[in-house]
Structures are given as structure tokens and as C-alpha cells.
Design a protein around this ligand. Structure first.
Ligand SMILES: Nc1ncnc2c1ncn2[C@@H]1O[C@H](COP(=O)(O)OP(=O)(O)OP(=O)(O)O)[C@@H](O)[C@H]1O
Ligand SMILES: [Mg+2]
Length: 396
């Protein structure tokens, strides 16, 4: 996040102190949203200026400042308040935090400390409010899309993550991505997310799980996508049953337009449950002969479960000019129509893993990204954009 975009309001009775805080904020390149004295003036000014964060000076006697913090916290709960003070005693810190301050900075404060504290708080608040919006039960059910594959290492996670990001980009759709690979899940890694909670933590609350509780387990990706990462500990993965998976996906689909599910390489009961509740199953294959053979078996199993062909779609990954196998040949080999083909693109893939970001976000112009974005339009049933995909992604 860039500091210039962050608007800060200063609350301090002493004009001289306000001026020195202004200088410090300017040094860290923050934008000043306004200033006010302690008391009702501060609350009115904050309501009017709508800053991202408020700095309140706490000096002895601290009662008015603490009361101001308390009133601000209640009047504008979505705006974090930070106390700045020359009082370093723990008692003042404790009282300021009890009044609702989210941080307590002791003078002398460096521009760097200010930047670290304010940006972290604003970012946290943005995540919190984005998740709060998502806790709303929509009263309808979103689509569950499971990405399956008959072999390991064929691109399921790459496709699930990039499809989910492409669906979520520009706030087009509310999307959640679930990592069902309970042993080796790497969705969080691919999206450069450091999760605090995961699918493993949902288990203990499963009976009470609802959209409100669910949001506490989700991580927020920079695209707006919400992620339920794979269990952080191996033993937690072992406790996850089909009943848990069913409940998690049902609850998520009450809030999100799309719930994309990444699956493990082995066919597990949990995967079967995800397939059952999905409205779309994307079966990923490559043109490798062994993979095509396993894919054929997998497709015939899904057919024996009476999944309709509209629900099960075949996607070929790693298509390149060297494979030399035509659509008709593949369709006859697996006895199934091809829905989608994704090109092989090692260069984009390497750049994207270096950047720790999905390619649809970092390299939207690459052929593989344009392909994946078109896939997202097809999955969502959205009309293709009238403007070029590139200019849409750049927001122009
Ligand atoms: N179209 C593609 N072109 C080039 N490389 C690709 C393509 N799709 C996936 N890859 C690469 O293949 C490797 C395996 O991909 P990925 O992890 O998505 O597969 P997976 O099926 O989820 O594997 P696992 O069985 O380990 O879960 C990754 O290094 C990824 O970058
Ligand atoms: Mg994977």
C-alpha cells in the first residue's frame, strides 16, 4: 500500500504538536485529512473528513484524550485510532488500548515507525471490512467449481488459483478458493498468502459454522479473492471428513458467487463430496499418453455416477505445438468432448512463481492469462468484454 493514498487526521489540543505531527506524516508521505482539538470537535471532524486513520495525542492529564478515543471508537468503529504520547508508562498504554486505541506510539516517533504502524492498521481494517461484507448470507447458493485431475502435477492448483483470481478481479464476482489438498496443499504458497487460519481450524466449530464464523478462517488475497487454505498441520488434515467438506462448501456457497475447489492428486472421499455438491467439475488432463489413459478411467467413473456432461468439462493443459495431437484424436482417445485447452507457457509460469503472484494478475497480456480470463468468462456465463481484456484489467 502506498502512504500517499492513506489519509490521516490529527487530534491534539496543542497547535504546535499538531504541526510537528504534520511534518512527520509528510516525511512518511501520508496525506493529512485534517486536524482537530480533543473532544466533540474531533468526532465531528472525523465524521466529516472520513480519514483512514486517526492520531490522538495522549498527555497528562489523560482523561479527555482517553474519552475522545473512546467516543471515536464507538462513533466511527471502522476507523482505527492510534494514540501518540510522550508518556511511556504501561498504565497509560493500557488505558488507551482499553479505550479503543489500536496502537500506542511513544515519542519521539520516527517516520518509519509511524509508517509501519499506520499502514498495518489500515490494511487490517480493509481486510476486516472486506470480510465483513462477505459474512452476509445471500439467501441463494453460489456455484461450486471443482478442479480435478487423474494424475498429480498436471496443473490443477495453477488452474484453480488463476481461475479464482480471474473471476474475482475487479470485484466482478465474490469468490472463495478452497484448498482440499489436506496433506500437500500449496494454494496459499502460490498466492503468496501467509495464513493464520485454515480448513483444519474449521473442524472444531463445524456444528455452529455459518457465514459469520466462516470469515474468521479465510485469508484475503490482493485480488479480493478469499482463500480457505489447506490445514497448516498434517494431523489437522487427517481429521477432515466428508461431512466437514460438505458443510464448509455449503456455507461458503451461501455467501460467494463462486467457490473454486482445488483437489489433491489421490482420489479421496473428501474429493468425492466436493464433486457431488459441485455444479461444475473441470477435469484437467495433459496430452501425455499415461495421463490420457487415467483421464479416460476418471471420466468413465464420473459418467457411472450419472454426472451429466454439462457438469463435467474436460480441459487439456500444457498444449504446445510439439504435441501434434488434434482435438478429434484426443476426444476419441478419452471418449469425451474437449471443453478447453490451455497452452504450455513455461516462461510466464517461471516469472509468476518468482513474483509469487498468479499470472492472470501480473501478466494479463500473456497468451496463457488471456486464455484463463476467457475461461473465467465461460465459467461465469459472463458476456465477453466489449473493451479489450487488457484495458479492463488496467481499469481503463
Ligand atoms: N500451462 C502450463 N504451462 C507451463 N507450466 C505449467 C502449466 N500449468 C502448470 N504448470 C506448472 O506445472 C507444475 C505443476 O502445477 P500444479 O502445482 O498446478 O499442478 P497440480 O496438479 O496441482 O500438482 P499436485 O499434484 O502437486 O497438486 C507447476 O510448476 C506449474 O507452474
Ligand atoms: Mg496441486
Amino acid at each position: 500500500m502506498i502512504t500517499e493514498a492513506t489519509r490521516v487526521l490529527i487530534v491534539d489540543d496543542a497547535a504546535q504538536n499538531r504541526a510537528s505531527l504534520q511534518r512527520l506524516l509528510a516525511q512518511a508521505s501520508f496525506t493529512i485529512a485534517g486536524e482537530a482539538a480533543l473532544g466533540p470537535e474531533a468526532v465531528a471532524e472525523v465524521k466529516e473528513a472520513k480519514p483512514d486513520v486517526v492520531l490522538v495525542a495522549v498527555e497528562d492529564p489523560a482523561t479527555r484524550a482517553l474519552r475522545t478515543i473512546e467516543t471515536l471508537t464507538m462513533a466511527v468503529p471502522g476507523t482505527p485510532v492510534v494514540a501518540v504520547s510522550s508518556l511511556s508508562e504501561r498504565e497509560y498504554m493500557r488505558r488507551a488500548m482499553l479505550a479503543g486505541a489500536r496502537d500506542y506510539l511513544v515519542k519521539p516517533i520516527s517516520a518509519e515507525d509511524l509508517e509501519t504502524s499506520l499502514l498495518a492498521l489500515v490494511e487490517l481494517e480493509q481486510k476486516r471490512s472486506s470480510l465483513a461484507e462477505d459474512a452476509v448470507d445471500t439467501g441463494r447458493t453460489g456455484e461450486i467449481v471443482t478442479v480435478l485431475g487423474a494424475k498429480g502435477g498436471i496443473g490443477r492448483t495453477t488452474i484453480a488459483a488463476n481461475l479464482a483470481v480471474a473471476l474475482a478481479i475487479e470485484g466482478k464476482h465474490k469468490v472463495a478458493l478452497v484448498d482440499l489438498d489436506t496433506q500437500l496443499g500449496d494454494v496459499a504458497l502460490l498466492l503468496d498468502i501467509v495464513p493464520e487460519k485454515s480448513l483444519g481450524d474449521v473442524v472444531s466449530l463445524i456444528d455452529r459454522l455459518d457465514p459469520e464464523l466462516m470469515r474468521g478462517f479465510l485469508s484475503v488475497h490482493s485480488s479480493g479473492l478469499k482463500v480457505l487454505p489447506a490445514p497448516l498441520r498434517l494431523e489437522d488434515g487427517e481429521r477432515i471428513t466428508s461431512a466437514h467438506v460438505r458443510r464448509v462448501l455449503q456455507v461458503l456457497s451461501r455467501t460467494y458467487d463462486f467457490v473454486v475447489v482445488d483437489t489433491p492428486r489421490a482420489f479421496h472421499d473428501n474429493t468425492v463430496t466436493a464433486l457431488d455438491v459441485s455444479s461444475l467439475v473441470i477435469v484437467v488432463t495433459t496430452l501425455d499418453v499415461a495421463c490420457l489413459k487415467s483421464t479416460k478411467v476418471c471420466l468413465s467413473i464420473l459418467r457411472s455416477w450419472r454426472y451429466p456432461t454439462e457438469k463435467v468439462k474436460l480441459l487439456i493443459n500444457h498444449v504446445n505445438n510439439v504435441n501434434g495431437i488434434g482435438n478429434a484424436e484426443v476426444e476419441s482417445a478419452v471418449d469425451y468432448p474437449i471443453f478447453w485447452r490451455i497452452p504450455n507457457d513455461t516462461t510466464t509460469m517461471t516469472n509468476c512463481s518468482r513474483a509469487g503472484k498468479p499470472f492472470v494478475q501480473t501478466q494479463p497480456a500473456a497468451a496463457i492469462s488471456r486464455n484463463m480470463i476467457s475461461l473465467s468468462y465461460s465459467v461465469a456465463g459472463d458476456p465477453p468484454p466489449t473493451k479489450g481484456i487488457m484495458s479492463r484489467l488496467r481499469g481503463k
